[in-house]
Ligand binder design. Structure first.
Ligand SMILES: NC(=O)c1ccc[n+]([C@@H]2O[C@H](COP(=O)([O-])OP(=O)(O)OC[C@H]3O[C@@H](n4cnc5c(N)ncnc54)[C@H](OP(=O)(O)O)[C@@H]3O)[C@@H](O)[C@H]2O)c1
Length: 272
């Protein structure tokens, strides 16, 4: 496994996404992923599956120190007391003593960013989470967090895949040493049947999904968290790390449409 070093943590570059998996299905998927060698699991209080993931971790023999767990606080819990309650609840469901990375899941239309980050930084100082970060933050919001509040954010988790350009955001994040964790790295599964990616895959004995993932993982300071419920897909996604893409492949991928954003809850601030 390859890792990104960020704000004192070691983030495995390929993780398992778990949105829309719950109960026994989620538990089985996480158990399978851990057995295959995944060491990074992405969840959120909003996904309603932290208890299933906690059960999978408890049943696994992977050493806690080798495991990276990200979870996220939902919008209704941005206020300091609510955030602490949400954090405690996540920790309990996950059956852990400490979270590895605790993220603000979405920016809300009205937020007290200084109060939110004061609480997050306290949770980190208390050792309850090893690192803190954000998701779905645009450049303007990142500027406030990084340049005014000076919070030590370990990542910004955003939608990023072969069909969506994130160049301006990536430039700001690179300049400030903030890794990008790519969600929907398979464009919610669409990448697996894209003809251009399938043709590139045929050339290398790989699948279109592997090509999409390797395109992300070849970029500096980018991690990816594909969701896969089937063990075969989980293994294949892990093996994407070994695919080699050449200049001709990169040019073909650059020619794909880059304006396909598939996730937007409707209350996020305008993207840059
Ligand atoms: N921070 C945020 O606001 C945010 C928002 C969205 C997502 N996320 C995180 O990012 C994760 C990934 O995003 P996502 O689940 O929306 O989309 P995704 O990972 O791009 O795509 C998941 C879909 O691809 C399929 N798939 C996986 N591996 C495959 C393979 N090798 N071949 C063919 N199909 C494959 C899955 O099928 P099966 O399910 O049948 O296995 C599933 O339908 C989420 O699970 C969540 O953890 C975060």
């Amino acid at each position: 496994m390859e890792y990104l070093q960020t704000q004192g943590i070691r983030l495995p570059r390929l993780g398992l996404g778990t949105f829309r998996m719950q109960g026994d299905v989620c538990r089985a998927a996480v158990e399978s992923a851990l057995a295959l060698g995944y060491r990074h699991i992405d969840t959120a209080e909003m996904y309603g599956n932290e208890d299933a993931i906690g059960a999978a971790i408890a049943a696994s023999s992977v050493a806690r120190g080798d495991l990276h767990i990200t979870t996220k606080v939902w919008n209704e819990n941005h206020a300091p007391d609510a955030m602490r309650r949400a954090f405690d609840s996540s920790l309990k469901k996950l059956r852990l003593d400490q979270i590895d990375l605790y993220l603000v899941h979405w920016p809300a239309p009205v937020m007290n960013l200084p109060a939110m980050f004061e609480t997050l930084m306290k949770l980190q100082q208390e050792g309850r989470t090893r690192a803190i970060g954000v998701a779905n933050f645009n450049i303007a919001l990142l500027k406030t967090v990084v340049e005014q509040i000076r919070a030590p954010i370990a990542c910004n988790q955003v939608e990023y895949h072969v069909m969506l350009d994130q160049t301006p955001l990536r430039k700001y994040m690179s300049a400030n040493s903030i890794p990008l964790v790519a969600y929907c790295p398979l464009a919610q599964g669409r990448a697996a049947s894209d003809p251009t990616l399938m043709a590139i895959g045929r050339k290398h004995g790989a699948t279109a999904a592997q090509v999409a993932l390797k395109w992300l993982l070849d970029q500096e300071s980018v991690a990816a968290i594909p969701k896969a419920s089937r063990s075969e897909s989980q293994k294949s996604n892990l093996d994407a790390l070994h695919v080699g893409l050449d200049e001709e492949d990169l040019q073909a991928i650059a020619g794909l449409p880059k304006d396909k954003r598939f996730v937007n809850p409707g209350f996020s601030p305008a993207w840059d």
